[in-house]
Design a binder for this molecule. Structure first.
Ligand code: F6P
Length: 345
């Protein structure tokens, strides 16, 4: 009988998901192995919404953003009877294994399903945030950084014309990877990340000094989960609850912009890049990384490397236990932040 593999994409979408799906299908097709596309993350396996992923079905999807399978943040472990339904559908489709393409939440569910229910799963890490442990990079990140860089480049010219401070709020969940890489690449004058609580007084001093030194404008990149240091907390409890909700971050940029203008007297404007960072076509780097992960995932299924995740270490694609990937988030490399700091002010 012809072997069958399932694939699903879960959590927030990111550029490169379609490249990974295509790669798995193209590699499997070479061995005459069938691929079943599971719609909308884990939900599709519970509700049995699937599509056959033939070579024709994946034609032309390599440069497309988003995911042709749809996605959701649904976790079957949190719903009654969902696991039984998932297992029934798995059997009905006679799946040898399922490839799970996801970030922190989706991979945690994959780890639980593989350890508690012995599901034959292999994982591919994806997220614009680059916060998955065990892999140097995730696809989606390079595209997000290129979007931030382009935005910072564009903000330079308008900031310069108006002699303004421009605050740019970027995504990244609880880590500062996007802020640091986008800020370094775009030549930001200050970069604020969750890993280093910031002092408003220091930021303002730095911006005033730049102005006094004849630099007529400044760019401040702030990660959505950047926090003020305890001793300089300027957010009341209500604001903190609103800005740092577990399931939805965002808004620190506007408050920071207001505070900067108040304490420096320099006209300040704020840009929140938001979902633009997750949209559109993946960069060549992300297409290649996603393709390498897709091919690797197929090889892992064939080798029955269940409970493991494809990973990039140095220039090599390898695999790591899912446990390593889900035990902690990968925070910003301190060496990267040290480089960023050289250009502050
Ligand atoms: O994890 C990717 C990400 O885009 C984060 O950077 C952001 O905080 C979050 O997802 C937004 O999630 P949602 O799509 O649920 O609003």
């Amino acid at each position: 009988m012809r072997q069958k593999i399932g694939i699903l994409t879960g959590g927030g979408d990111c550029p490169g998901l379609n490249a990974a799906i295509r790669a798995l299908v193209r590699r499997a097709t070479k061995d005459n192995v069938a691929v079943v596309g599971i719609k909308n993350g884990w939900l599709g396996l519970v509700e049995d919404t699937t599509i056959p992923l033939t070579r024709e079905a994946v034609t032309g999807i390599l440069p497309r953003g988003g995911t042709i399978l749809g996605t959701s943040r649904y976790n079957p472990l949190k719903h009654t009877h969902a696991i039984e339904r998932l297992q029934d559908n798995w059997k009905r489709h006679e799946l040898t294994g399922v490839v799970v393409v996801g970030g922190e939440g989706t991979l945690s569910a994959a780890y639980d399903l593989s350890t508690q229910y012995r599901c034959n799963l292999v994982a591919i890490p994806k997220t614009i945030d680059n916060d998955i442990a065990g892999t140097d990079f995730t696809f989606g990140f390079d595209t997000a950084v290129s979007i931030v860089t382009d935005a910072v480049d564009r903000l330079h010219s308008t900031a310069e014309s108006h002699h303004r401070v421009m605050v740019v709020e970027v995504m990244g969940r609880h880590t500062g990877w996007i802020a640091a890489f986008g800020g370094i690449a775009g030549g930001a004058d200050v970069i604020l990340v969750p890993e280093h609580p910031f002092r408003l007084s220091r930021v303002c001093e730095l911006l005033k000094r730049r102005k006094n030194d004849g630099r007529a404008f400044s760019i401040v990149v702030v990660a959505e989960d950047a926090h003020p240091a305890e001793e300089e907390q300027f957010l009341n409890e209500e604001m903190q609850k609103e800005l740092y909700r577990h399931d939805r971050l965002g808004g620190i940029g506007s408050i920071l912009g207001y505070e900067i203008e108040r304490c420096t007297g320099i006209e300040t404007r704020v840009t929140k890049l938001g979902y633009v960072q997750r949209g559109g076509s993946p960069t060549p780097y992300d297409r290649v990384l996603a393709t390498r992960f897709g091919v690797k995932a197929y090889e892992m299924v064939v080798a029955e490397e269940w409970g493991r995740m494809a990973a990039l270490q140095g220039n090599k694609i390898t695999s790591v236990p899912l446990k390593e990937a889900v035990s902690a988030i990968k925070t910003l490399d301190p060496d990267i932040y040290r480089v960023a700091e050289v250009f502050f002010g």
